[in-house]
Design a protein around this ligand. Sequence first.
Ligand code: MTE
Length: 333
Amino acid sequence: MLIQTRHDGFLHPVPSEITSRHIYQDRRDLIKLMASGTAGAVLASWASRSGLAQSDSPRAGKLAPLQSVRSSLPGAVTMEKLTAYKDASSYNNYYEFGTDKSDPAQNAHSLRSSPWTVEVEGLIKKPARYALEDLLKLSVQEERVYRLRCVEGWSMVIPWVGYSLSELIRKVEPLGSAKYVEFVTLADPKAMPFVGSRVLDWPYVEGLRMDEAMHPLTLLGFGMYGEVLPNQNGAPVRLVVPWKYGFKSSKSIVKIRFTEKQPGTAWNKAAANEYGFFSNVNPGVDHPRWSQATERRIGEDGLLTRKRKTLMFNGYEAQVGQLYAGMDLKKNF
Ligand code: MTE
């Protein structure tokens, strides 16, 4: 049974500084122009409009805007076509709200993403309970365009907004004994119709090895497409780990815990032979029930559209390959 509640769960507070979606779109267009070498002529007009938008420009988007700077991190920019916002926010996996791809967009309005706190605990010197507002301000929000490759064989290209998880990790000063980071997400049966179902062991928990969590590409995400996250995409704060299958990117995080032992994770507990702890995107290691060699890019669904070849580490091998040097990735899948 689905619980229907008020529709206002889509809006939650954000920092006061804002960038509207049209400015954001302009910025993306500018990136394209820069690539084609014709940016100079439009730069001035873009800059002035962008200045205006900081304060009082009308917004085109539905959700609150989230100001960001474009990331200069290697791997955080791609010239690939962005997935349409409509697709990225209506074709989702968020099992707390149902198992069909359309369920989260339909049901997640019952998620109350404000007020929100994230507890940071375990093997650290400075355990703390962060209000979302403080977490948002902890570092500069960057826009990073990442590919998200789902274990089911589809992918998207999404402009996320957030900052490296490592910024938060440094603040809380992990002890030498901290080897893993566990991410616990909200499990509220009142707001989430599928919590209590036997599909997964709730709450949805994920984990990373410490060096993975510290890698600059690992993003603590608060927004996408220049706005705060829609509920179905994991509002108000989620992880985005671009070189791993999408299920490692836990949504609506309420607790971050530093541990010595490898945490038990939701999909690994459900089917250990199918979903390993590492879950690095790897076209050479098939899922027991299907190949992982190719993928379908959401939005390219014509009858004659050819599948894309899946890239090792989802195309981030240059950035993250070293983390796994010497490891047997067939065993540690
Ligand atoms: N986080 C929670 N809490 N619950 C979930 O069911 N699904 C995961 C991940 N994070 C999931 C989750 C899976 S399987 C994927 S592919 C991605 O979220 C999907 O993210 P998206 O809907 O923003 O594309």
